[in-house]
Design a protein around this ligand. Structure first.
Ligand code: PXP
Length: 245
């Protein structure tokens, strides 16, 4: 069965709306783990719009599964990652004005600097993933940079407005998983995944972990964290049992 890693950024988004002490993403992470998730993800943005340095430090101490730090490959954040030593660092592109990460990292266009960041993180024993579009050129560049994992950007699949558009992107993702496997890269996937669109992706063999934030937190606000995580886990489990491509 593929694993589920829960992104708790938006618990911090609610907290920061009032610059208050609650809700605490550290508590949300513990509840997600009690519900059975396999990992916790946070994105420490340069502008600190949601997750704060204190959250990452506390999560490093309290997360019992695996802590994945999403981050831009910029010196300030790399320094924090090297000190905190998350289990995995996922390098993402970051723009100040975006609402959320838009598009994958252009690894092919900046191999030298990404390779250098990957090396620095490896020296501290941190596994590295690169968040990229399902594109063969980016996948081979990720391999050349020395990453162990790629995370395939599923935003186009998730936001597809027509069945045809979703089919086209689904096929691209399947092709990308095969390309990565042939190069010996491990594959995670995420962005925009929800309780409806996850099922098709779960049937793809070769995706190790789904990284899901917004839809789980949106449901958790109404039904509670544990139920929201458990319901997503059930969908992943059911889909994996069906078997697939
Ligand atoms: N993966 C990456 C690299 C992301 O930047 C995000 C958004 O923080 C996600 C996965 C999760 O996306 P969503 O919140 O839409 O589930």
């Amino acid at each position: 069965m593929a694993r589920l890693a829960v992104n708790v950024d938006h618990i911090a988004t609610v907290r920061q709306a009032r610059l208050a002490a609650e809700p605490d993403p550290v508590i949300a992470a513990a509840l997600a783990e009690l519900a059975g998730c396999h990992g916790i993800i946070v994105h420490l943005r340069e502008d600190r719009r949601h997750i704060q340095d204190r959250d990452v430090a506390l999560l490093r101490e309290t997360v019992k599964t695996r802590l994945n730090l999403e981050m831009a490959a910029i010196p300030e954040i790399v320094k924090i990652a090297l000190a905190i030593k998350p289990d995995m660092a996922c390098l993402v592109p970051e723009k100040r004005r975006e609402l959320t990460t838009e598009g994958g990292l252009n690894v092919a266009g900046q191999k030298k600097s990404i390779r250098a960041t990957v090396r620095e993180l490896h020296k501290k024993g941190i596994v590295v993933s690169l968040f990229i579009d399902p594109d063969a050129k980016q996948i081979s560049a990720a391999k050349e940079c020395g990453a162990e994992f790629i995370e395939l950007h599923t935003g186009i699949y998730s936001n597809a407005r027509t069945e045809k558009e979703q089919d086209r992107e689904f096929d691209r993702i399947c092709g990308a998983v095969e390309t990565a496997a042939a190069l010996g890269l491990k594959v995670n996937a995420g962005h925009g995944l929800d309780y409806r669109n996850i099922s098709r992706l779960v049937a793809i063999r070769g995706i190790e972990e789904f990284s899901i934030g917004h839809s789980i937190i949106a449901r958790a606000v109404l039904v509670g964290m544990e139920r929201a995580v458990r319901e997503m886990l059930e969908l992943i489990q059911q889909g994996s049992h069906r078997g697939g491509r």
